[in-house]
Write a protein that binds this ligand. Structure first.
Ligand code: BES
Ligand code: MN
Ligand code: ZN
Length: 488
């Protein structure tokens, strides 16, 4: 829950470098040539940079990797962060370069020295993304404070881009905060409260309560939450930055804790199911980023917030439940609850908003982790052009995404003896049958993407751009999908 560092853009002033406190970050290209700021650092440190550039360790660095020198003599800095980065490098390596600085950024902040890097905005974004720690529940010395980021550059355009970079990073941090938050704190009610706070950014937020959901006929969603003390809710967020055209809809699975219900999960690892609201958390982060950067698009975010608990009132395996669409579902396994939440929210989104396109995000299946590990989100779609647009956006943002199939052949696995469908299709292709279940709740003319983020929303070992725990995967890709396809 770290606040974003503030960013000051400074005009080049070589004389200020010697006195800069905290980290000083300087860039060297692979040929070892020093720019004018690096030359000053080299002089202050009596040739340390030149020696470093000629050394074996530097020679082995990849573009974007760095070496840190502690307490460089001749400078007030506590560390000199030397990054190998070509002047023209943009995208992932430049973000990784920034992330290496973000990871070590302390109270005293950093001064980034960049006379003319083409990827300076990516460096700054990488720093912001990685300068994150979930320390809301740390009471002692482990609390994480980050100082200011100062950027010395002659790049006149960077100042205009800083607000957008902050919007993106704060959207990602918002998602991570929600996903990392334990379930005794992030109840459905607390989640809805945090979403209501988005109205300060001119997002129109509406909370549908259980009686509203009952009236709408969202029985499959309500059935998942009926064993919990926390009331089920659906939260609708509307960002109207575009003209009069229909919106794109983002739908999120928000299971604040998934015990499995009566089909109880084993104890080992159950604590991870605090992240089972990752889809809803990502939708929230995207909405915040769009509003903060005042995106010129109409976007609806709708999340289904429930808790899946075993209880005397909980739904049972074998129950038959009617969805808002009217289709009936035989609930074979109460642990396949995400699809029961999503199908009602997706139907509601289409009935109320007639979206031009719909994307749902969900920590839906363990099977997608078996298929793709933690490197790629599983992507499913009924529309090749839409899928391609998303895969391009994800690639441009360095967020792993891999398309998996849908197809009528898989429907056989969902056949029920008593109802229109079962909620599980057995072990083969578990992620595909989950997606195939959702596909029945997509209208023929709605371009749709389902993102199974079970493997990517939260990662025990962390990634280059995020510490361990919640990653915020998808916020940047969806922001770009909207920027490239639905704005202006
Ligand atoms: N929330 C889980 C999926 C999950 C697993 C998310 C691991 C993140 C990490 C989902 O509700 C679930 O329990 N799915 C079952 C479906 C099965 C019963 C058909 C699963 O994957 O085992
Ligand atoms: Mn489950
Ligand atoms: Zn779940």
């Amino acid at each position: 829950m770290s606040d974003l560092p503030s960013i000051d853009i400074l005009d080049p002033d070589l004389d200020a470098i010697a006195d800069a406190e905290g980290h000083v970050c300087v860039f060297l290209s692979g040929d070892g040539k020093l720019d004018k700021m690096a030359r000053r650092v080299n002089r202050l440190t009596r040739g340390a940079l030149e020696r470093l550039a000629a050394g074996e360790r530097f020679g082995k660095l990849k573009d974007g990797q760095s070496i840190s020198l502690a307490y460089p003599s001749g400078m007030a800095a506590e560390a000199l962060h030397v990054v190998r980065l070509e002047r023209r490098t943009k995208g992932t390596p430049a973000r990784e370069a920034g992330a290496s600085l973000g990871a070590v950024l302390g109270k005293s902040g950093a001064l980034i020295l960049s006379p003319g890097l083409k990827g300076l905005h990516d460096v700054i974004l990488g720093t912001l993304l990685r300068a994150y720690a979930f320390d809301a529940h740390m009471t002692g010395d482990d609390k994480h404070t980050v100082g200011d980021l100062r950027v010395m550059t002659s790049d006149a355009e960077i100042a205009e881009r800083v607000d957008t970079l902050r919007a993106l990073a704060s959207g990602v941090h918002f998602t991570r905060d929600l996903v990392n938050e334990p379930s005794n704190i992030l109840t459905t009610t607390e989640f809805a409260n945090r979403l209501e706070a988005l109205s300060a950014l001119e997002i129109n937020v509406e909370v549908l309560e259980e009686d509203d959901l009952e009236r709408l006929g969202m029985r499959t969603l309500l059935a998942v939450g009926q064993g919990s003390e926390s009331p089920s809710k659906v939260v609708v967020m509307e960002w109207a930055g575009g003209g009069s055209e229909k919106p794109i809809a983002l739908i999120g699975k928000g299971v604040v804790f998934d015990t499995g219900g009566i089909s109880l999960k084993p104890a080992a690892g159950m604590e991870d199911m605090t992240m089972d609201m990752g889809g809803a958390g990502t939708v929230a982060g995207v909405m915040q980023a769009l509003a903060m950067r005042k995106a010129q698009a109409n976007v609806i975010g709708i999340v289904g917030l429930v808790e899946n608990m075993p209880d005397g009132k909980a739904q049972r395996p074998g129950d038959v439940v009617t969805s808002m669409k009217g289709d009936t579902v035989e609930v074979i396994n109460t642990d396949a609850e995400g699809r029961l939440v999503l199908c009602d929210v997706m139907w509601y989104a289409q009935e109320r908003f007639e979206p031009v396109a719909m994307v749902d995000l969900a920590t839906l299946t363990g099977a997608v982790i078996i298929a793709l590990g933690h490197e790629n989100t599983g992507v499913f779609s009924n529309n090749d052009d839409f899928a391609k647009a998303f895969l391009n956006a994800a690639e441009a943002e360095g967020e792993g995404a891999w398309r998996l199939p849908l197809g009528p052949g898989y429907d056989k696995q969902l056949k029920s003896r008593f109802a229109d469908m079962k909620n599980v299709g057995g072990r083969p292709a578990g992620s595909v049958t989950a997606a195939q279940f959702l596909a029945r709740f997509v209208k023929d003319d709605t371009p749709w993407i389902h993102l199974d983020i079970a493997g990517t929303a939260s990662i025990a070992s962390g990634t280059t751009l995020s510490p361990k725990g919640a990653t915020g995967w998808g916020v940047l890709a969806l922001n770009r999908l909207i920027a490239d396809g639905y704005e202006g």
